[in-house]
Design a protein around this ligand. Structure first.
Ligand code: NAD
Ligand code: WQD
Length: 344
């Protein structure tokens, strides 16, 4: 019988790509999402790719009675991949309690329910934001956790600690904590992708929206950093590559391949690319010049960070495969598809 995986935030950007990979690997998927930052139409995109319709439950993970009823309705959930969270760094500074409530209560509810319903493991979406400004790059999992620079980032640190404390207390569950670097791109079919609401805060959706004319120009936040071209450096990781790591992680937990109850992995390419370099890749793959200007630094930005992904490479047997060119081309194809469908 197929294993049942609960995917919270499964209609979101990374969640939807992971649902596709789970289904293609033979898992049965139940999505829980409150649609606070996504749309139920995403399900149709998933069905067009895989030919399978995941169960969809429009629920809020902070609603304990509703979550308990969900586990009652769907007996036999083997594992959870927990994406559901609020993720806008800037908004979290303005509305910290929204972030603490949503991101922390959601996790606590799941952890409380897991032993009751005999759910074996949880994969948690963490972030390279826990490292702050690294002392050196590439950064591995043993690097110190720096004080968070936003309530959002703090929720990731606190959630990592909650998982560790709960498991160290003897809870009969396992966890894999995945620290994502900068996920970008879309499924190569362009049936699913990133759909930011309002003005994008992240670089790639801003680039593609500028390329298609929704935005007049891209502001590049600072070219006076201590980097070769003066712009910030990130580790941009293809979202499908990232999604595949979740399938490996859940399988590892459910098949007890590790003796550790909690494992932490960086998910990145191991290669740093500057903001200007990424813009130039976009221009190369689309054949279009991008309208951009250099402006002042954005408050709170990290100068440079990229992953040492060796732990994930060796232990998970996972590696980021997609080239940055194909990844940017997928982001552009998705933007064109949104236009064709009259969405943007
Ligand atoms: P997303 O906003 O596209 O997806 C999150 C989904 O969770 C959305 O569909 C939203 O509607 C849902 N959701 C939010 N709160 C909920 C709740 N209380 N109950 C049910 N559903 C809820 O974001 P994403 O980019 O796919 O990110 C997924 C996860 O990965 C998040 O935890 C995020 O913090 C983390 N992460 C993202 C990035 C990134 O750059 N995208 C980087 C590092 C970590
Ligand atoms: C990348 C680079 C910007 C927009 C954020 C979160 C982090 C993690 C990933 C979840 C930076 C520059 C951007 C623009 C620009 N998310 N930029 N013009 O800042 O690495 O990380 O997403 O955990 O927590 O903080 O990603 O895409 O916002 O920015 O010049 O219009 O692009 O200054 O150098 P970031 P980003």
């Amino acid at each position: 019988m197929a294993r049942k995986i609960l995917v919270t935030g499964g209609t979101g950007y990374i969640g939807s790509h992971t649902v596709v990979e789970l289904q293609q690997a033979g898992y049965e998927v139940i999505i829980v999402d409150n649609l606070s930052n996504s749309n139920a139409d995403v399900i149709e995109g998933i069905v067009r790719i895989t030919g399978q319709r995941p169960v969809f439950e429009k629920l809020d993970c902070t609603d304990m009675p509703a979550m308990q009823a969900l586990f009652d309705r769907h007996r036999g959930i083997d594992g959870i991949i927990h994406f559901a969270a609020s993720k806008a760094v800037g908004e979290s500074v303005k509305k910290p309690l929204k972030y603490y409530r949503n991101n922390i209560v959601s996790l606590i509810n799941l952890l409380e329910l897991m032993p009751k319903f005999d759910v074996k493991g949880i994969v948690f979406s963490s972030s390279c934001t826990v490292y702050g400004e690294p002392d050196s790059n590439p950064i591995d999992e043993s690097a110190p956790i720096k004080p968070a620079t936003s309530p959002y980032g703090n929720t990731k640190q606190i959630n990592e600690e909650i998982i560790q404390d709960f498991i160290h207390s003897g809870a009969p569950i396992k966890s894999v904590i995945l620290r994502y670097f900068n996920p970008i791109g879309a499924h190569p079919s362009a049936e699913i992708g990133e759909l930011p609401l309002g003005v994008p805060q992240n670089l790639v959706p801003f680039i593609t929206q500028t390329g298609i004319g929704i935005r007049k120009e891209l502001s590049v936040f600072g070219n006076d950093y201590n980097t070769p071209d003066g712009t910030c450096i990130r580790d941009f990781i293809n979202v499908v590559d990232l999604a595949k790591a979740h399938v490996i992680a859940i399988e590892r937990m459910l098949e007890n391949k590790s003796n550790e109850s909690v494992e932490i992995f960086n998910l990145g390419t191991g290669r740093g690319l500057s903001v200007l370099e990424l813009i130039h890749v976009f221009e190369k793959v689309t054949g279009k010049p991008l309208n951009y200007k250099i402006v002042g630094r954005r408050e709170g930005d990290i100068e440079q960070i990229w992953a040492n992904p060796e732990r994930a490479n060796k232990i998970l047997g996972w590696k980021a495969e997609e080239s940055i060119e194909d990844t940017m081309a997928s982001a552009w194809k998705w933007q064109l598809r949104l236009r064709e469908r009259g969405i943007m």
